[in-house]
Design a protein around this ligand. Structure first.
Ligand code: PMP
Length: 414
């Protein structure tokens, strides 16, 4: 039995895509215990935007540990927490003219979503929420309720029911879109759609298959929310933190949501989830929504170091430039495997290759892994191969990854 098989036999494991035991990593390259190298196009599902072991982040953590910085920050103001808040306010929020309060919530993205949903419901004193087909917001019950993939839903889970799902953008071929449709439903008492407290939406659906909402649709949704006194919650857990080239993915639509959820890369790979709320949305009473692990000192330290990269526009520019490289490489693959790849879509550094051939993407992912590339699939039927590599990935790593992907496709079509 290999060490990997022993590992899997002892745990309730979930390691299907990447059967190896990994040991060390830098930038976008991971090495397993056998010394085999893999290029990382998976990026910890969006939690490694700043790559593996970024030298500036590592140094900040080493310094913090060496000076015996506080680890557990429960119910305490600490230097690490204070520094993170200051950096977030001055580097991210202030230059964007965004006036938001930061709430630290439990460690995972789902904790942020739960917080956002509760907060919106409390503020509006309404329980209904609108979410979208193919949305992904997490697996705790409240977050699951707004996740638009029936695979995860079963009656006995007791998932809250006060949610209406609408089709996401690009669903219809004609003039009407789902914002128009929602407007009709909310105006028509016979629809059974109660006025919601909030709409929760991703500006690009990551897990749902790299579905990119148009600027026009996002703006229209934001307008509708304002007009009807509904809070707009943008889930930035996967596509925020610079993934699209802007720090927030909704910046491209020039909108300001009422509530924003961030997690994954905000702690650079360490667990942290935050909710940003416009000041008037902060209706919590003290202690009303709490938990032991709200914020994580190491994530504060690492997160502050990462925010430094946003001080000038070079970082954004490099993300966009690399994103173009990914797009071009994917379009070349589409041209090379025409019957197999039906669509290439994405923005910034999130890209998907869609295949309508059943099982193709999973086969490519498997073949790629054998050749030293980590790449996951997305979409309700795993119909999309997803690029979510670190934003700091080097040109060489990118090129190496594209070559492996090409070889993996060649093997998969045989
Ligand atoms: N929202 C979005 C958009 C996500 O992509 C995810 C995770 N893939 C979540 C929420 C849930 O985050 P977590 O897995 O950390 O609970």
């Amino acid at each position: 039995m290999s060490l990997f098989e022993q590992h899997e036999s002892n745990v309730r494991g979930y390691i299907r895509s990447f059967p190896a035991i990994f040991d060390t990593a830098t930038s976008a390259t991971i090495v397993d215990i056998e010394g085999k190298r893999y290029i990382d196009f998976f990026g910890g599902a969006g939690s490694l935007n700043y790559g593996h072991n970024h030298p500036l982040i590592n140094q900040a953590l080493i310094n913090y540990i060496q000076r015996n910085g506080i680890t557990n920050a429960l119910d305490k103001a600490t230097v690490a927490k204070h520094d993170f808040i200051s950096a977030f306010q001055s580097i991210i929020l202030a230059p964007r003219h965004m006036d938001y309060k930061i709430q630290f919530v439990g460690p995972t993205g789902a904790n942020g979503v739960e917080t956002a949903l509760k907060l919106a419901r409390k503020m509006k004193q309404r329980s209904n929420v609108i979410a979208f087909t193919n949305a992904y917001h997490g697996h705790s019950l409240g977050a699951l309720a707004v996740t638009g993939n029936e695979f995860y839903h079963d009656d006995y889970y007791g998932v809250p029911r006060n949610v209406n799902k609408m089709p996401y953008d690009n669903y219809f071929d004609h003039d009407m879109d789902s914002v128009d449709m929602l407007r009709h439903y909310l105006a028509d008492g016979s629809s059974g759609y109660d006025l919601p407290a909030a709409v929760i939406v991703e500006s690009i659906q990551g897990e749902g298959g790299i579905n990119v909402a148009s600027v026009a649709w996002l703006q229209k949704l934001s307008e509708l929310c304002k007009e009807m006194d509904i809070l707009l919650i943008m889930d930035e857990i996967q596509v925020g933190n610079g993934r699209t080239g802007d720090f927030f993915s909704f910046e491209r639509a020039n909108i300001q949501p009422d509530i924003i959820t961030l997690s994954k890369s905000v702690g650079t790979g360490m667990p942290m989830s935050i909710v940003l709320m416009k000041p008037d949305v902060d209706v919590w009473s003290p202690g009303e929504h709490t938990g032991t692990f709200r914020g994580n000192s190491y994530a504060f330290v690492a997160g502050s170091a990462a925010l430094e990269l946003w001080r000038n526009d070079d970082f954004s520019r490099s993300i966009r430039a690399k994103g173009e490289q990914v797009e071009q490489a994917f379009r070349r693959l589409q041209a090379r495997y025409p019957g197999w790849i039906s669509d290439v879509r994405g923005l910034g550094m999130i890209w998907g290759l869609e295949s309508l051939v059943e099982g193709f993407c999973n086969e490519v992912s498997k073949q790629a892994f054998e050749r030293g590339l980590m790449m996951e699939t997305a979409g309700a039927s795993d119909q999309v191969l997803k690029f979510l590599g670190p934003l700091v990935i080097s040109e060489t790593e990118l090129e190496e990854g594209f070559e492996i992907l090409d070889d993996a496709m060649a093997a998969a079509v045989e």
